[in-house]
Every structure is written in structure tokens, then in C-alpha cells.
Design a protein around this ligand. Structure first.
Ligand code: ATP
Length: 377
């Protein structure tokens, strides 16, 4: 029988929290993971990703909340009773054991009969394409090959959930790309359920079915790669997802989500993601690839005049840094190479210029003030 992932319907985290001393590393994590999903926990360093994964694994006790698989409560079980496989950044292989023996170790600990053990080890090694290296020691393998051994060692136990904590961060750029595809392939072939921690948004977007974006221990957004990429819910998520141009402006007019924002010599149409009103201080977020340099000579109404400061070749297009008359720096794209010092006109579609409240607290306060004003009048 081929390797089979253990099955369940849903894994449910309810109000999961973990604090260290007085510091909340993870607060109120609510998430339902469906069997077969590939979930990426994503966010900047220190946002609580590893804490969440370690709580799930049973390596850290929860200070709050529950974790259930179907009807079984598992947060009270020790790590080894949860039936999960783990793959870490540092591989954690036994250096004195061959690839085969590293992969066999967990099965031996479970007293799996010899014939079955041999068969399962051979299948796991074939799955990660290491047949030619089975007798080697980890020290005789490349970083990518060692990471494959770590994956084989986790999946040979037929885990009901595979947890991976930045498994590719020690590999070079090309190998990272290859291993992304490889991990995704193994996930799909075995019908695994995977929770994968990364701070690399491209890695998360390309591998996961759903992303959970964390910031300061709290979930900011849960969604498909496309949702999180094109519709971030607040400026923190936008910032993290590559909306590199962030400008602090003011709302000049607002008609539902269609707004005009102005300031620093700019005035442009944009889309409000959060509720804003005329006069609010807001943050405008635009991805470099959504801000284009208009073709030579064309300066459509509503374009932003700017001067080219730096040009970088990026394969099919150019990444261009420009300055506006008021001294703002913007990162934009162009399919032709402009000259440094050249005057250009920038265009951005209003639906790709996203407007967020600058600070939740300030916006909340102004909303309270507006409400109070309404009560007074
Ligand atoms: P990174 O990408 O840098 O690994 P992360 O998102 O995985 O970061 P965590 O390791 O989960 O973040 O840490 C979240 C917060 O909890 C941080 O502020 C961290 O300093 C704190 N923290 C984590 N582990 C401990 C610990 N054992 N003792 C005290 N504080 C901790």
C-alpha cells in the first residue's frame, strides 16, 4: 500500500493564545483548516507564526483556547500523540545515520514490522527522489537533498497534518524555487494537510490554498492568494504584500468606495477599502506594477508628473524609481527604459490605488467623534 495521509474532516483552532511573561505572542487565533488544505502562516519576523505552529504541534502549551480535530480535543495531548509530522528549517537529521536510517527511525520507534518498514521507507525515499542517495550520510548531501530527507522522514509516518517552519530558508534562491514546486507536488500527491510558516510572501502566494496573515500576534486577514494579493484588508497587509508605494494623503471627496485623495501636490482617483470621509487622513497604497509610465508624449488627465531617478532592468520590464515635484519617491514599472532625469507621466487605474485608514485608532476616534457630533445635532 502506498503512503496514505491520515484523514480527518476539519482541524479547528478556537481563541488560541499564547503569552510569554506578560507579552502576548499570539492572541485569539480562530481558524478552521479543512483536510487537504495547504495553509500558509505569513507575516513579518516576530508576528507569532512559529508560536502558532508550535502550539499546534504541541511543543508549546496554550495559555488560552482549544484545538480540535473533528470532535477530538487535541491541545491537551502531548506532541507525540497528535500524529503530526514536522519539518524544520535546520533539517534536524541524525548526522551518523544514513538517509534510509533517518527515514526509518520513526517507524522503528513505533515497532513497525520489518517488511512493512522497508517498503514504506523505499516509497518515501522515492517520493522525494533520493533513491540514488539512500545509503549516504546527511553530510554527503546538498542542503536541498537534506531537506528532502527531512520531508521523507515526516511523511513516512503518514501524518494527519504536516507542519513546516520556514523549511526553505537555508537554501539558495534557485533551490528554493525548485523545492516550492516539490513540496506542493508531494502535498497534492499524498492528499496531505499542510500548515507552512514563512515570511516570504511570494512563497506563500505560490504554494498555499489559503493564507493567514499575522501581525503582532493577531490575524489580519485569511484568504486565497488572490484575495490577499489584490484586496488586502488594511495597510499593514498591503505593505506586507508588496504595495511598496504608501502615501499619506487626505480625502478630498468620497462617494461610497470611490474617492479622490489629495496632498503633496497630487490629486488622484482611488478606491477606499475601509470607510473614510472627506477630510480624513488616509494612506494610499499602490503596487509598483500597477503604476505605469505613460508612453512617450502621452500625459493623460489625472496622471502624476514625476522625474526619473533610477532605472533597473528586471527581465521583461524596468523597475523605475521616480520623484514627484514635492519630493515624494515612487516605485513604478515601465516596458521601455526611460532616461534618468527624464520627465514622465505616471498612470494608475483608480481600482488599483487602494485607500486605507492611516491608523485604526485615529480613524476609530474620528468615527466616535462623528457619532458624538450626530448625537449632539
Ligand atoms: P520569526 O519569523 O522571526 O521566527 P515569528 O513570526 O515566528 O518570527 P515568534 O517566534 O512566534 O515569531 O515570536 C512571536 C513573539 O513572541 C516575539 O515577540 C518573540 O520575541 C516572542 N517569543 C517567542 N518565543 C518566546 C519565548 N520562548 N520566550 C519569550 N518570548 C518569546
Amino acid at each position: 500500500m502506498a503512503i496514505q495521509a491520515g484523514s480527518f474532516r476539519t482541524l479547528e483552532l478556537t481563541d488560541v493564545g499564547r503569552s510569554f511573561g506578560g507579552h502576548n505572542a499570539l492572541t485569539d487565533l480562530n481558524l478552521t483548516i479543512r483536510a487537504g488544505e495547504f495553509i500558509a502562516l505569513l507575516g513579518p519576523s516576530g508576528c507569532g507564526k512559529s508560536t502558532a505552529l508550535n502550539c499546534l504541534a504541541g511543543l508549546l502549551p496554550l495559555t488560552h483556547g482549544t484545538i480540535r480535530i473533528d470532535d477530538e480535543r487535541i491541545d491537551t495531548l502531548p506532541a507525540e500523540k497528535r500524529g503530526f509530522g514536522m519539518v524544520f528549517q535546520n533539517y534536524a537529521l541524525f548526522p551518523h545515520l544514513s538517509v534510509e536510517k533517518n527515514v526509518a527511525f520513526g517507524l522503528q520507534m513505533r515497532n513497525v514490522p520489518k517488511a512493512e518498514l522497508k517498503k514504506r521507507v523505499a516509497e518515501a525515499i522515492a517520493l522525494v527522489k533520493l533513491e540514488d542517495h539512500a545509503r549516504k550520510l546527511p553530510g554527503q548531501l546538498s542542503g536541498g537533498q537534506q531537506q528532502r530527507v527531512a520531508i521523507a522522514r515526516a511523511i513516512v509516518l503518514e501524518p494527519r497534518l504536516v507542519l513546516m517552519d520556514e523549511p526553505l530558508s537555508n537554501l539558495d534562491a534557485k533551490l528554493r524555487l525548485d523545492m516550492r514546486t516539490e513540496i506542493r507536488r508531494i502535498h497534492q500527491n499524498l492528499g496531505l494537510t499542510t500548515v507552512y510558516v514563512t515570511h516570504d510572501q511570494e512563497e506563500a502566494l505560490s504554494m498555499a490554498d489559503r493564507l493567514v496573515v499575522l501581525r503582532e500576534g493577531r490575524v489580519q486577514q485569511v484568504g486565497s492568494p488572490e484575495e490577499v494579493h489584490t484586496s488586502p484588508v488594511n495597510w499593514h497587509v498591503a505593505d506586507f504584500m508588496g504595495y511598496r508605494n504608501m502615501l499619506d494623503l487626505e480625502v478630498a471627496s468620497a462617494d461610497a468606495d470611490r474617492v479622490v485623495v489629495a496632498g503633496s501636490g497630487l490629486r488622484l482617483r482611488a478606491t477606499a477599502v475601509e470607510r473614510v470621509a472627506v477630510g480624513d487622513k488616509v494612506r494610499l497604497a499602490m503596487r509598483p506594477e500597477d503604476v505605469r509610465i505613460a508612453p512617450d508624449g502621452a500625459a493623460p488627465a489625472e496622471s502624476i508628473p514625476a522625474t526619473v531617478a533610477v532605472v533597473e532592468y528586471h527581465g521583461r520590464e524596468f523597475a523605475v524609481g521616480v520623484s514627484t515635484a514635492s519630493g515624494l519617491t515612487l516605485h513604478v514599472r515601465s516596458d521601455h527604459a526611460p532616461q534618468v532625469g527624464q520627465e514622465v507621466a505616471l498612470v494608475v487605474a483608480p481600482e488599483r490605488a487602494l485607500v486605507f485608514r492611516s491608523s485604526l485608532d485615529a480613524a476609530d476616534l474620528s468615527e466616535v467623534e462623528r457619532d458624538l457630533e450626530e448625537v449632539r445635532t
